[in-house]
Write a protein that binds this ligand. Structure first.
Ligand code: MLT
Length: 273
């Protein structure tokens, strides 16, 4: 069921499907909640899947200017309040959703039962990368979302997926093209100034599952393996036949890994593997 939830300064569209322990899914950039459809179809049979469009994306309202990762994380806290979810949640974030997850873990630690980090980074942008993002933000506002499609789509998925699933590629393209230019620009500016999360990985106490597509060129397996090593209670899984959008490209092993992780975290007994 699609809900419209008012939070301070925005109205978020959110799918709230299933019953049981809540999983909060946080999409990547510049996508929307539909990127999680393969996880929701499976996991909503046993869990409550809360799947928002972030501020500025999908059908949520847009905040022009800049939206920081801190702001996105606080939006998620407000969303949980509005949905009256008081028990702790497992947050599953992909890429930008992972950048937001680091902030959620810092600012709302008591609300977290576990973290699932898909194809993301803990390091900040280099100064060149940050400058590119700021340029991209200005270009998107003046030229439209085609600019970001051109810059990002070729890198998002593994080459084999492009051949295997041309309709999916077209769908991803359409999601990006439908995204509001000011929403894209605001998140780009926020990502450009995001903090270095590496110094606080060792302080994240909840269990974590770290997943990466074996052909991810944006957040490569070697870098994600370092994140997993720095987290005190983590499990690391490389997903075959997948790039940066591993949950969408190869959902079956992703869903299996998530189910195994959730089975362990509900008893809070997970330790380093
Ligand atoms: C994403 O998938 O969210 C993006 O790759 C994040 C980024 O541009 O750093």
């Amino acid at each position: 069921m699609l809900k419209r939830i008012d939070i301070p300064g925005a109205t978020l569209s959110v799918n709230d499907i299933g019953q049981g322990s809540p999983i909060l899914f946080v999409h990547g950039f510049p996508l929307d909640r539909t990127m999680w459809r393969e996880q929701v179809a499976d996991l909503s049979r046993d869990f409550r899947c809360v799947v928002p469009d972030l501020r500025g994306f999908g059908q949520s309202t847009v905040t022009a200017g800049k939206v920081t990762m801190e702001r996105f994380a606080d939006d998620l806290g407000e969303l949980l309040d509005a949905l009256q979810i008081t028990e702790s949640v497992v947050l599953c974030g992909l890429s930008m959703g992972g950048y937001i997850a680091w902030q959620f873990a810092r600012r709302h630690a008591a609300r977290l039962r576990g973290l699932i980090l898909c194809d993301t980074r803990a390091a900040p942008d280099s100064s060149d990368a940050a400058a590119n993002r700021l340029r991209l933000a200005d270009d998107v506002v003046s030229l439209g979302p085609e600019v970001v499609v051109k810059a990002m789509l070729p890198k998002l998925v593994a080459p084999g997926f492009k051949v295997r699933e041309p309709l999916w590629i077209e769908e991803i393209r359409q999601v990006m093209l439908a995204t509001n230019s000011h929403g894209i620009a605001a998140a780009s500016r926020g990502m450009a100034e995001r903090a270095d999360a590496r110094p606080w990985l060792a302080t994240i106490e909840c269990p974590a599952l770290v997943l990466v597509g074996e052909q991810d060129v944006i957040s490569p397996p070697a870098e994600m393996s370092e994140i997993a090593s720095a987290l005190p209670r983590s499990t690391f899984r490389v997903i075959p036949d997948a790039g940066h959008l591993a949950p969408l490209e190869n959902p079956q092993p992703v869903n299996e890994a998530i189910r195994t992780f959730l089975a362990a975290t509900s008893f809070s007994t997970t330790t380093n593997e």
